[in-house]
Write a protein that binds this ligand. Structure first.
Ligand SMILES: *[C@@H]1O[C@H](CO)[C@@H](O)[C@H](O)[C@H]1NC(C)=O
Ligand SMILES: *[C@@H]1O[C@H](CO)[C@@H](O)[C@H](O)[C@H]1NC(C)=O
Ligand SMILES: *[C@@H]1O[C@H](CO)[C@@H](O)[C@H](O)[C@H]1NC(C)=O
Ligand SMILES: *[C@@H]1O[C@H](CO)[C@@H](O)[C@H](O)[C@H]1NC(C)=O
Ligand SMILES: *[C@@H]1O[C@H](CO)[C@@H](O)[C@H](O)[C@H]1NC(C)=O
Ligand SMILES: *[C@@H]1O[C@H](CO)[C@@H](O)[C@H](O)[C@H]1NC(C)=O
Ligand SMILES: *[C@@H]1O[C@H](CO)[C@@H](O)[C@H](O)[C@H]1NC(C)=O
Ligand SMILES: *[C@@H]1O[C@H](CO)[C@@H](O)[C@H](O)[C@H]1NC(C)=O
Ligand SMILES: *[C@@H]1O[C@H](CO)[C@@H](O)[C@H](O)[C@H]1NC(C)=O
Ligand SMILES: *[C@@H]1O[C@H](CO)[C@@H](O)[C@H](O)[C@H]1NC(C)=O
Ligand SMILES: *[C@@H]1O[C@H](CO)[C@@H](O)[C@H](O)[C@H]1NC(C)=O
Ligand SMILES: *[C@@H]1O[C@H](CO)[C@@H](O)[C@H](O)[C@H]1NC(C)=O
Length: 830
């Protein structure tokens, strides 16, 4: 009780009081910390009428151009001074006099010139300063300068952030910063780092950040020798090339480091003879002997890893490893890495994602780990008969694993964990027909599981996931869940205690059952095809958030509305998202419109949605309509409106499906599809494509391709991507094909007998499948000549899972022979 009173009093005392002083707000708490907030007041000089005992002064976003003598004389208790985003280009010698207690000084985004703006002695009185930030001042790129920043007096400085200019010469004064630990270069314009560049810097530096350098930097290998005690090296997104970055690590051999952050260093610089990266034991020589806690080599165009390149000497040091977004195949890497994984006894986080394997007929190596004995088997994809089962044991102490966007086959049959500390597990967008079984022995603490982008019939539908009683969040986006919801009712029984469930982007039009999830609080059903709110939601007694946006709802049934209100009253809050549904404002939905206006439930868009106003056949907002209902619906005769509502619904849906068609007497068209609907959906998903169609063809189709181009581009206004016209000369052909397929909305395969001989077709099919899978948007169009449907199915064995629907359709622009349509087969991919 006494404790409680003390706490309450304290809270009251600390509560800040505010006074307005000139253009500044002064706040202070009872602990004596007084802050003057003078942001964005158009000040051209430092205000002189503030209380003298302020400890923090914020003058950012004003118009200060120079600081003369004694600018802050009055405020001798200042500890924190912020002068960011002004126009300062001159700091007088006595500008900061009297600020002996100042600890933090920030002058980001001014116009301070490293060679001319700082008068000698300007920092003399800042004896207690521990952090100085003068970065983002030199915004013009190339000019070289001597640093005339008189930092020598800042004997307590621990952190320094500044710009790095071309051919920087720092000067002896930097050597005197005996306490400097962190050196951060922000705007970075160097193109050459010499062995001598940082010789003037003190040896005490532990953290060195040189990020986002704008030009390619040539680096001499001794450049980091002046920093023998470095613990953190951050070169993220600097254009340095991984090979050079690895070569400057030799001063740290046999030492330990907290972080080596080499993400995005490689941009393929052909001028310097450095393009993609091949890791060899030789290039990795130095890094292999370092004991590293966090290693990030993501996004470096590593295309190959030679055997032995990952044999780190101190695997037990690793806590976080990130190797995503490279292109190497898994062969040698797996050989090194999986055995290494067993020795990473302290690993907590592992990220291995975005690995496109781009080559057809790749030769795969399988790693078999049995009884401490590792063997490798070389297997060619085509001749493989037996699957070799690999079991991976997740290290006990690892907490976070992400493996996402992987393309390529794998032979994992089982992932095991025993008494695992794993909390976050993300295995998503993984193109595979066979998902590994998970077994969790002993206890497990998995809280977050993300299996998005993998067909749910091979994951949860196949019972591959064990009981996870601690699971709080389950994400199943784009998993074609409707496939298994039809037949299975208890698919979620492995995670009975989840709080959050995301099953958006699943093309579900109904949900029969999700099982009993008594603790479910957040349910995301957005981006589906629901036309009524499924009754199952009312089973979830703890639900407080329901996302139904981007569906096909026209209204919400009374039963669901009542249930939502009940939930809101019971739990105290309920969030409902309804935007981007084709809601209808009509006599029938009158009560629904009222409800949106009056309910206490928390609605997105403030409860104001666009709706189709049936009486005047236009779109308006629900609020406008509800407030002015009688104006819109003079006579609400129920039966009339039901009929109209239904017919409207049908016409809305069918107008979305605008079918275009392509036909030629020699070519049998199998597929084309609705263009407007797609455009509409893409807008929602924020996808953009440079081309509409990618056409894959063999040489014997060229004349037809020309005909096709004329029709499709000139008459219909689609944009086609042709190999012979659009490919950039000189690029690797595999990369080029892959990137074009990625940039096209749809892919057309012209299937002629010679397709079998075109070695690229399989690659293109693989790519198209991958793109289709990862976006769920592109359509694969197959136009055939002289090939029976069964053969096509064999070529595109992916298509076997698709339903073929025959539809009669309208023709368009039928004057040309090409477009004389008779029938059309629509491949329903979802
Ligand atoms: C001072 O506080 C008022 C009210 O909180 C606010 O409107 C005003 O923008 C503040 N002025 C400054 C300079 O931050
Ligand atoms: C640094 O600040 C402390 C109080 O925090 C003060 O006692 C000391 O005198 C200051 N140092 C200098 C050189 O002014
Ligand atoms: C900095 O000052 C030097 C000397 O006056 C001048 O040559 C240089 O252009 C200035 N740099 C910028 C970015 O203004
Ligand atoms: C550099 O700063 C000056 C003055 O603030 C501004 O006029 C100029 O546009 C900036 N240049 C760049 C490249 O940002
Ligand atoms: C930078 O240098 C390049 C050539 O090295 C030159 O073309 C460019 O104009 C220079 N830019 C500035 C702002 O000086
Ligand atoms: C930078 O220094 C090198 C050698 O010291 C010199 O060759 C080069 O011209 C300098 N670049 C500029 C822009 O001053
Ligand atoms: C830079 O230092 C490295 C390592 O000490 C040395 O091998 C190299 O020759 C030096 N380069 C120059 C130009 O001195
Ligand atoms: C490394 O640099 C990047 C880019 O400046 C920054 O976002 C990141 O926080 C830095 N990492 C660390 C550990 O400081
Ligand atoms: C690192 O340690 C190994 C032996 O453990 C030794 O042979 C090697 O010379 C050392 N390297 C350096 C740079 O100290
Ligand atoms: C595997 O190696 C560990 C030590 O590395 C050893 O304790 C264990 O007995 C070995 N297991 C088998 C089956 O040989
Ligand atoms: C791999 O596992 C499957 C089923 O899990 C089994 O049928 C097959 O025989 C196993 N293969 C080998 C080589 O152990
Ligand atoms: C929407 O409704 C309001 C209120 O009835 C009306 O003033 C407005 O013109 C309508 N907008 C359209 C586009 O019909």
């Amino acid at each position: 009780m006494i404790m409680y009173m003390i706490i309450t009093t304290w809270i009251i005392l600390v509560y800040p009081n505010t006074t307005v002083h000139a253009k500044c707000n002064i706040t202070s708490d009872m602990l004596g910390y007084k802050v003057a907030q003078c942001k964005d007041q158009g000040l051209t000089s430092v205000p002189i009428n503030l209380p003298p005992d302020i400890k923090k002064l914020d003058l950012s976003y004003n118009r200060l151009t120079r600081l003369g003598a004694n600018s802050f004389h009055r405020y001798k208790y200042l500890e924190h001074l912020i002068l960011d985003n002004n126009l300062m280009n001159f700091l007088g010698a006595k500008a900061f006099i009297g600020l002996s207690l100042l600890r933090l000084l920030s002058m980001v985004r001014n116009q301070l010139n490293v060679s001319t703006s700082y008068q000698p002695g300007v920092f003399e009185s800042l004896q207690n300063l521990s952090a100085l930030d003068i970065s983002r001042n030199m915004n013009t790129s190339n000019y070289s300068d001597k640093y005339n920043i008189p930092v020598g007096e800042l004997c307590n400085l621990r952190e320094l952030s500044m710009d790095l200019v071309l051919n920087a010469t720092f000067g002896e004064q930097f050597k005197k910063l005996h306490n400097l630990q962190t050196l951060r270069f922000d705007y970075c314009y160097v193109d050459m780092l010499y062995n001598e560049t940082f010789l003037d810097m003190p040896v005490t530096i532990k953290e060195f950040h040189m990020t986002t350098c704008k030009h390619f930097v040539v680096v001499e290998s001794g450049v980091l020798i002046p920093f023998p005690h470095l613990k953190v090296l951050n070169l993220t997104n600097s254009d340095i090339h991984l090979k050079q970055a690895l070569s400057i690590l030799h001063p740290f051999q046999n030492k330990s480091m907290d972080a080596i952050l080499f993400r995005g260093l490689t941009r393929g610089d052909f001028n310097h003879g450095l393009s993609t990266v091949i890791l060899t034991p030789e290039t990795m020589k130095c890094i292999l002997t370092i004991c590293i806690k966090t290693l990030d080599v993501s996004d470096n165009e590593i295309i190959s890893v030679e055997k032995g390149s990952f044999s780190f000497k101190y695997p037990e040091c690793f806590e976080n490893v990130m190797v995503s977004a490279n292109s190497f195949s898994l062969d040698n890497w797996a050989f090194d890495f999986f055995p290494l994984l067993r020795h990473m006894t302290n690993i907590k986080m592992f990220d291995f994602s975005y690995f496109p394997l781009r080559f057809k007929n790749a030769i795969f190596l399988d790693v078999v780990i049995e009884n401490n004995h590792t063997t490798i088997q070389r297997l060619e994809d085509r001749h493989r008969l037996d699957r070799i089962n690999i079991t991976i044991m997740i290290p006990k102490q690892i907490q976070f694993i992400r493996i996402t966007h992987l393309m390529g086959r794998h032979d994992l049959s089982e992932i095991q964990a025993f008494n695992s500390s794993l909390r976050h597990f993300e295995v998503s967008y993984f193109e595979t027909d066979d998902f590994p079984i998970f077994t969790f022995g002993g206890f497990n603490s998995l809280e977050h599981l993300d299996l998005s982008g993998i067909r749910s019939d091979i994951t949860i539908g196949a019972g591959k996931i064990p009981l996870l009683i601690h699971l709080k969040t389950l994400i199943l986006k784009e998993t074609k869940l409707y496939n298994i919801l039809e037949t299975k009712t208890s698919i979620l029984s492995f995670c009975p205690n989840i709080r959050n469930l995301d099953i958006s982007y699943n093309y579900m039009w109904k949900i029969n059952s999700l099982g009993k999830l008594p603790y479910l609080k957040h349910l995301n059903l957005s981006h589906n095809l629901l036309d009524t709110v499924p009754d199952v939601v009312t089973m979830f007694d703890s639900l407080t958030e329901l996302d139904l946006s981007h569906n096909q709802l026209t209204t919400i049934q009374i039963k669901i509305r009542n249930w939502i209100d009940t939930q809101h009253n019971k739990i105290g809050t309920f969030k409902l998202y309804l935007s981007n549904n084709p809601l209808i404002c009509s006599c029938d939905t009158k009560t629904f419109l009222r409800w949106i206006l009056t309910t206490k439930v928390n609605l997105d868009k403030n409860g104001n949605y666009s709706c189709w106003v049936s009486s005047i056949k236009t779109i308006n907002y629900t609020r406008n309509v509800a407030e002015d209902f009688h104006h819109y619906f003079v006579d609400c005769d129920t039966t009339v409106w039901i009929k109209l509502g239904i017919s409207l619904l049908v016409s809305v849906l069918s107008s979305l499906i605008c079918i275009t068609l392509l036909y030629n007497f020699r070519w049998r068209i199998i597929f084309f599809f609705f263009r407007n609907f797609r455009r509409f959906a893409e807008k929602g998903l924020e996808l953009t494509f440079d081309y509409d169609v990618y056409v894959s063809y063999s040489d014997d189709c060229i004349s037809f391709v020309k005909e096709l181009q004329k029709k499709v581009e000139d008459d219909w206004g689609f944009k086609i991507c042709f190999e012979d016209r659009d490919f950039v000369v000189g690029e690797s052909i595999a990369t080029e094909r892959a990137s074009f397929i990625h940039r096209c909305r749809h892919v057309i395969f012209l299937v002629s007998p010679s397709i079998v001989e075109n070695e690229w077709t399989r690659f293109e099919i693989e790519r198209a499948k991958y793109e289709k899978f990862s976006k769920n948007l592109q359509k694969i169009v197959v136009i055939t000549r002289d090939i029976p449907l069964d053969d096509i199915r064999r070529i595109f064995h992916y298509l076997e899972r698709c339903t073929f629907n025959s539809m009669a359709s309208r023709t368009r622009g039928s004057t040309n022979g090409l477009a004389k349509a008779t029938t059309l087969v629509l491949l329903m991919f979802f």
